[in-house]
Design a protein around this ligand. Structure first.
Ligand code: GN1
Ligand code: MG
Length: 363
C-alpha cells in the first residue's frame, strides 16, 4: 500500500481526529490488519482491515452478519444494564455513503472499527484464563440464540467435515504439488476415522442436531482482555455464522489446550492439556448449559477431537494444493502444521474417557 492509497482509504471513513500512524498488527492467517493511531488522546484509535475477499467472497453478506450480531449484542448488554458497553462489543465506522465497508478501485475491500481503549490480546492460555474464555464464548453463543434475522454462511459449509474430506480427496486425486508421496500416511490415517468424524452432518440431516449462531474461530487471540486480564469482548467476527456448537467449543481447545503452537514442528511438544480442557469446559458449560441439548452435551468430547482432525485435513489439503489458502513462512509450513494437528488428534483420542467422565460430572 502506498501512502496515497492509505490516505484514500482512510478518507472514505467518518473517523474523528487526525491520523498519525498506520501500522500492521496481529497475526491472522487470512485478513491484513492495521492499527490507525490518531494524534490526540481525545479521539479514539482505529483498526483498519483489508478483507480477504478471495476467501470471504460475499462481503455484503459478511458485513451484514457482523452488523446484525454486534447490534444484537449491544442491545442485550444495554438491556441487562451492563457498564462499559463500548469496550464489550465492536463498533464499526461508517463510510460517507453509510456502509461499513469500502471497495477501492483495485477491488480490495476495507473496513474500520474503533480500537477498544486499554485492551490487549493474548496468545497464551492458562487454566484460569481458559475458564474465563469458556464462559465468554459460551456467553457469546447464548446472547445470539435469539438473533432476530437469518444469518448467512460467510464461507459456505465452513466447518462441514464431509466437505473437508471431499476437498482432501480431490487434492489427493490432483496431487497438484506432487507432494502426495510425502504425506500418504496422513491420508490413510484420516480416512480411517473420517466416517466417525463426519457424524455431525449426518445427525443434522436426521434433524437431531441444530445449527446455531457460532463464532467459528475461537482462538484466544480472537478476544480482547483488559489490563487486569479480564475478558472484554470477542473479536474477529468474519466467521460468525450458523454452525454446530462444536465449532466454538472444539476449536478453542484445538489451539488453547495444545501444549504448543499449531505449527510447532517438534512433535514431542504436542499434547492435550487436561487442565485447560477442564477449566474451559467448566466455563463454557456454565454459560451454555441453558441452551445445549443433551445430544450436544454428550458430543462435546467428539467436538474436541473433530477440530484437530478437521484442521489436519485442511492444512494437508492446502499442502497438496501447493499452499494456496493459508499464509506460509517457509515451504513445508503446511506440512508441519498437518503433522502437528495429527499428533494432537491422536493425543485427544487417548483422553476420550476422561473427557466423557468430566462432562458427566458437570451435568
Ligand atoms: C484461519 O486467520 P485466522 O488465523 O484467524 C482460518 C481458521 C483456521 C486457522 C488456523 C477463514 O484463521 O479456520 O482454524 O486459520 N480461518 C479461515 O490457524 O479459514
Ligand atoms: Mg484472528
Amino acid at each position: 500500500m502506498t501512502p496515497s492509497d492509505t490516505a484514500n482509504i482512510l478518507a472514505q471513513f467518518k473517523i474523528a481526529g487526525t491520523v498519525m500512524e498506520v501500522k500492521p498488527i496481529g497475526n491472522g492467517l487470512i485478513n491484513d490488519t492495521f492499527r490507525v493511531t490518531t494524534e490526540s488522546d481525545e479521539t479514539p484509535d482505529y483498526v483498519l482491515q483489508r478483507i480477504n475477499n478471495a476467501i470471504f467472497q460475499d462481503v455484503d453478506l459478511l458485513q451484514h452478519n457482523i452488523e446484525v450480531v454486534t447490534a444484537h449484542i449491544r442491545h442485550k448488554l444495554e438491556a441487562c444494564g451492563a457498564t462499559d458497553i463500548n469496550r464489550r462489543v465492536l463498533e464499526f465506522v461508517k463510510t460517507s455513503d453509510g456502509k461499513t465497508y469500502y471497495r477501492d478501485t483495485n477491488d480490495q475491500y476495507w473496513r474500520m472499527m474503533v480500537f477498544i481503549a486499554d485492551s490487549v490480546t493474548r496468545e497464551d492460555v492458562t487454566p484460569d484464563s481458559a475458564y474465563d474464555c469458556g464462559k465468554a464464548f459460551g456467553n457469546f453463543e447464548k446472547m445470539l440464540v435469539d438473533v432476530p434475522q437469518q444469518l448467512g454462511e460467510t464461507i459456505p459449509d465452513f466447518h462441514n467435515m464431509e466437505l473437508r474430506m471431499r476437498q482432501l480427496r480431490e487434492s489427493v486425486e490432483r496431487n497438484a504439488s506432487g507432494r502426495l508421496g510425502e504425506v500418504a500416511d496422513v491420508v490413510v490415517e484420516l480416512e480411517r476415522d473420517a466416517d466417525e468424524m463426519c457424524q455431525a452432518e449426518r445427525l443434522h440431516r436426521n434433524g437431531q442436531l441444530p445449527k446455531r449462531i457460532c463464532h467459528c474461530d475461537t482462538k484466544v487471540n480472537n478476544m480482547l482482555f483488559d489490563q487486569k486480564g479480564q475478558v472484554l469482548c470477542v473479536i474477529d467476527l468474519d466467521t460468525v455464522m450458523p454452525s454446530f456448537v462444536f465449532s466454538d467449543y472444539g476449536d478453542f481447545l484445538r489451539t488453547g489446550a495444545n501444549f504448543t503452537a499449531e505449527d510447532d514442528p517438534d512433535l514431542s511438544h504436542v499434547g492435550f492439556n487436561e487442565d485447560i480442557f477442564k477449566a474451559f469446559t467448566k466455563g463454557y458449560f456454565e454459560s451454555a448449559r441453558a441452551f445445549l441439548t443433551p445430544l450436544e452435551v454428550e458430543l462435546l468430547p467428539y467436538a474436541v477431537a473433530l477440530f484437530p482432525f478437521m484442521q489436519c485435513a485442511r492444512f494437508l489439503t492446502d499442502y497438496l494444493n501447493g499452499d494456496i489458502y493459508y499464509k506460509i513462512k517457509y515451504p513445508t509450513h503446511n506440512l508441519d502444521r498437518t503433522r502437528n494437528q495429527l499428533a494432537l488428534y491422536r493425543d485427544v483420542r487417548r483422553h476420550d474417557t476422561m473427557m466423557a467422565d468430566f462432562i458427566k460430572s458437570l451435568v
